[in-house]
Design a binder for this molecule. Structure first.
Ligand SMILES: Cc1cc2nc3c(=O)[nH]c(=O)nc-3n(C[C@H](O)[C@H](O)[C@H](O)COP(=O)(O)OP(=O)(O)OC[C@H]3O[C@@H](n4cnc5c(N)ncnc54)[C@H](O)[C@@H]3O)c2cc1C
Length: 119
């Protein structure tokens, strides 16, 4: 007797239920797609679930509320200071993309009710 294989249709399959996968699943769902999220571990979270929780971004609403002047270019330079001994291995175009999109990502998280510490 053959094994019964469940059949389910979905618009999007996301593999991995850490921060990236959950963000992809939320965004796809908010665009009206049906989403199946596959996680190999018993719990969601991945490395994201054990991370310290710091989020760096420039030109955010939180900074504006505190009259903090900042620039994406300064953020990019600060990232380079984080691990200077590994600088030769860094991907500068990805770093630029990160710095340019960090503020929008932060606002997206805040709009969903994510609470950040005050440090
Ligand atoms: C101790 C620590 C502290 C950190 N602190 C910070 C911080 O403060 N700020 C910061 O910005 N970054 C921090 N980082 C880095 C950050 O946590 C990671 O860059 C980020 O969580 C990666 O997210 P991700 O979604 O790509 O991966 P993950 O969160 O690891 O998610 C990947 C998921 O995919 C699952 N998976 C893998 N393979 C499969 C498969 N074949 N099928 C199904 N599921 C699969 C995994 O089980 C996991 O749940 C920290 C990292 C560590 C280790």
């Amino acid at each position: 007797m053959g094994r019964h294989t469940p059949h389910r249709e979905t618009d999007v399959i996301v593999v991995g239920g850490g921060g990236s996968g959950l963000a992809a699943a939320v965004e796809a769902s908010s665009q009206g797609a049906t989403v199946a999220l596959l996680e190999k571990r018993p719990r969601l979270g991945g490395t994201t679930g054990i991370a310290v929780g710091s989020f760096t971004a420039a030109c955010t609403s939180l900074q504006r509320a505190e009259s903090v002047e900042d620039r994406t270019s300064w953020h990019r330079q600060d990232i380079a200071r984080f691990a200077p001994h590994r600088e030769s291995k860094n991907n500068t175009s990805l770093r630029s993309w990160l710095a340019e999109n960090a503020a929008d990502t932060l606002e997206w998280l805040l709009a969903m009710g994510v609470e950040l510490g005050s440090e």
